[in-house]
Design a protein around this ligand. Structure first.
Ligand code: PBG
Length: 324
C-alpha cells in the first residue's frame, strides 16, 4: 500500500500521543461536592455511594484542607437538614446560624483561598422533598423564587463565593442577581444549573441527603430528557438573567447537550457527573467488571472533550491520584 495519510503515526508512542492530545485534565477543572451533617467526628459512608461520606463540620474542614493540598480549587456544599427542621417553605434554609451558613463561615475561615459554592434549592429543607414550595400538590414557582433569592443572600452573607441554584424554577437567576445587587454582594457569582434534566441518576444523592420527593416526581420543573433545543433556551435565558457559569446535569448521558451549550455561549460551561454515574462505575468496579481508574479517567475525559470547562464530580480526589 502507498497511503498519503496514516492516522497511526500520531498514535505510535506515549510521547507522540501526549503531544497531540486535545483534552488535558488538570486539578483546577474540578468541583468537589461535599455532604455535611450535624454533630462532631461524623464520617458516614453513603450506602449507594461506596467510598463517599457525609461528614460533620469538623471533619469537613479537615477534608477541605486535604482537597486544597491536592490542588483542588472548589467545593460545592450540600447539607443534610434534620427532619425536625424541615417544613414546606424552607424556613431553615434562611437561618443565619443554620448548618449551611455555619459551614460556609467555618470553611472560608479555615481555607480562605478555596472557592466555596453552595447549593440553592429547597429539597433538603422540604418535608415534601421538592425543590420548591408545595401548594395543592403543585410546586409553586414565584413564591419559591423569593425564598431562593433570600437563601442566596444568606449564603453570600456567610461568605459563599458562588451560589449554585439547582432548582429549575423560572426566573430565579434574575431574582438572585437582583437580590445580591440590592444587598451589595457584587462579587458573589452565580453558577446556574441551566439545563438540569429529570434524571434517574440522582437516586444515590437523594439517599445521601434523605431528600427524595415524598410525592410525584420533579418533571414539572426539571427538563425532559427527550429535549435538546430546550437546553439552549434555558441556558440563554439564565445568561440574560445574570448567570456567570452555566451547567448541564447529568453529564454522561448528556454529552451532546454539553457540546451544544458550549457552541452557543461565551461563558464557562460546567457539567455535573452525578451520584448515579458515580454509583454505576463503583458497582461495576466492585464486581470486577470494569477497571475503576480507567473508567473514571475515560468518563471525565469525555465530559471535558464534550465541552465542559468545569466538572463537578465525586471522583475529584480519585482523578488527582490518577493524574499523578
Ligand atoms: C437538589 C439537587 C439534586 C442534585 C443536586 N442538587 C437532586 C435532585 O434534583 O433531585 C443531584 C446531584 C447528584 O445526583 O449527584 N436540587
Amino acid at each position: 500500500m502507498h497511503l498519503q495519510q496514516r492516522g497511526r503515526i500520531l498514535r505510535q508512542s506515549p510521547a507522540i500521543r501526549s503531544l497531540v492530545a486535545e483534552t488535558i485534565i488538570t486539578p483546577s477543572d474540578f468541583i468537589a461536592p461535599l455532604f455535611i451533617v450535624e454533630g462532631s467526628s461524623v464520617k458516614e459512608e453513603i450506602s449507594s455511594m461506596p467510598g463517599y461520606f457525609r461528614y460533620s463540620l469538623d471533619n469537613t474542614i479537615e477534608e477541605v484542607k486535604h482537597l486544597w493540598s491536592l490542588g483542588l480549587k472548589a467545593v460545592l456544599l450540600f447539607i443534610k437538614c434534620d427532619d425536625n427542621l424541615k417544613d414546606n417553605k424552607g424556613i431553615e434554609a434562611l437561618n443565619s446560624n443554620g448548618l449551611m451558613q455555619r459551614s460556609i463561615k467555618a470553611i472560608k475561615n479555615a481555607v480562605p483561598e478555596m472557592c466555596v459554592m453552595t447549593d440553592i434549592a429547597l429539597d433538603p429543607f422540604s418535608t415534601f422533598g421538592h425543590d420548591g414550595i408545595v401548594e395543592n400538590n403543585q410546586i409553586v414557582n414565584d413564591p419559591t423564587v423569593e425564598v431562593l433569592a433570600a437563601m442566596s443572600v444568606s449564603h453570600a452573607e456567610a461568605g459563599a463565593d458562588i451560589v449554585a441554584p439547582s432548582d429549575m424554577m423560572d426566573g430565579r437567576i434574575g431574582a438572585i442577581r437582583k437580590a445580591l445587587e440590592q444587598n451589595n454582594f457584587i462579587n458573589t457569582g452565580i453558577l446556574s444549573y441551566s439545563a438540569k434534566y429529570a434524571s434517574c441518576f440522582y437516586g444515590p444523592f437523594r439517599d445521601a441527603l434523605d431528600s427524595a420527593p415524598g410525592f410525584g416526581d420533579k418533571k414539572t420543573y426539571q427538563m425532559d430528557f427527550a429535549n435538546r433545543k430546550e437546553a439552549i433556551k434555558e441556558t440563554l435565558l439564565d445568561l440574560e438573567e445574570g448567570a456567570d457559569i452555566v451547567m448541564v446535569k447529568p453529564a454522561l448521558s448528556y454529552l451532546d447537550i454539553i457540546r451544544e451549550v458550549k457552541n452557543v455561549v461565551n461563558v464557562p460551561v460546567a457539567a455535573y457527573q452525578v451520584s448515579g454515574e458515580y454509583a454505576m462505575i463503583k458497582a461495576a468496579a466492585e464486581k470486577g467488571w470494569l477497571n475503576e481508574e480507567k473508567a473514571i479517567f475515560e468518563t471525565i475525559s469525555s465530559i471535558k472533550r464534550a465541552g465542559a470547562d468545569l466538572i463537578a464530580t465525586y471522583f475529584a480526589k480519585d482523578i488527582i491520584k490518577i493524574l499523578q
